[in-house]
Design a binder for this molecule. Structure first.
Ligand SMILES: [Zn+2]
Length: 206
């Protein structure tokens, strides 16, 4: 049985049928996603976009990579998240800001799992690395400064929601802990918010 490092747990039920990116004409529709993932992993990565109908893993995760991570060259990402990430460059209004934010957050998270540096098996280290590059991944996906300013608050919320949720489960156990037994903790106490993010939160720097 293959090992999987689940990336970002589903925050909401995904939309039903989604038109594949592959429906667009010409070239490799995932070329930009591949390119961005490779830039964070520091070696060539292929991004595989799939629906939960094809890959049931996506009933409970937005993305994953197989293990051992240091031998992998593919990131698997839920189709809706791929569509969101791919829509950032043109700021396509057909895709929601939520899916654009999820797509960018998942893409950078999975890419760091594949980056072959110390800690790539750790969810908390990987998620922290991703969090510290949220603005970078948006720019590499082709976001304009306006789109960065619009999506960053959502991505920051997504990060804190992910990290605090699993931390709560790991501490409180019980029925939920049983259901999610083995859910890795994404919480890293030392993972502070970069100063440059404060303008996106409406708060002054401390
Ligand atoms: Zn992960």
């Amino acid at each position: 049985m293959r090992g999987i490092i689940a990336a970002v747990v589903l925050l909401a039920a995904s939309a039903g049928a989604v038109v594949g990116i592959a429906a667009s004409s010409g070239g490799n529709p995932n070329a930009r996603l591949d390119q961005v993932a490779s830039s964070f992993a520091n070696h060539p990565i292929r991004v595989r976009c799939r629906t939960s109908a094809v890959d049931p893993t996506f009933e409970s995760a937005w993305g994953y990579v197989n293990t051992p991570v240091d031998q992998q060259t593919e990131a698997f990402i839920q189709q809706a998240a791929c569509l969101g990430a791919a829509a950032i460059a043109d700021d396509d209004p057909a895709q929601s800001d939520f899916m654009k934010a999820i797509g960018a957050a998942v893409l950078v998270h999975e890419s760091f799992h594949l980056s072959r540096q110390p800690g790539v098996n750790s969810e908390s280290i990987t998620e922290c690395r991703a969090f510290l590059h949220y603005d970078v991944v948006l720019l590499r996906l082709g976001a304009s400064p306006e789109v960065v300013s619009r999506l960053m608050p959502l991505m920051i919320i997504i990060h804190y929601r992910l990290t605090t949720r699993t931390e709560w489960l790991s501490h409180h156990g019980g029925i939920l802990g049983g259901l999610f037994g083995g859910t890795p903790s994404y919480y890293r106490p030392t993972c502070g918010m970069p100063d440059r993010y404060y303008p996106y939160t409406g708060r002054r720097q401390p």
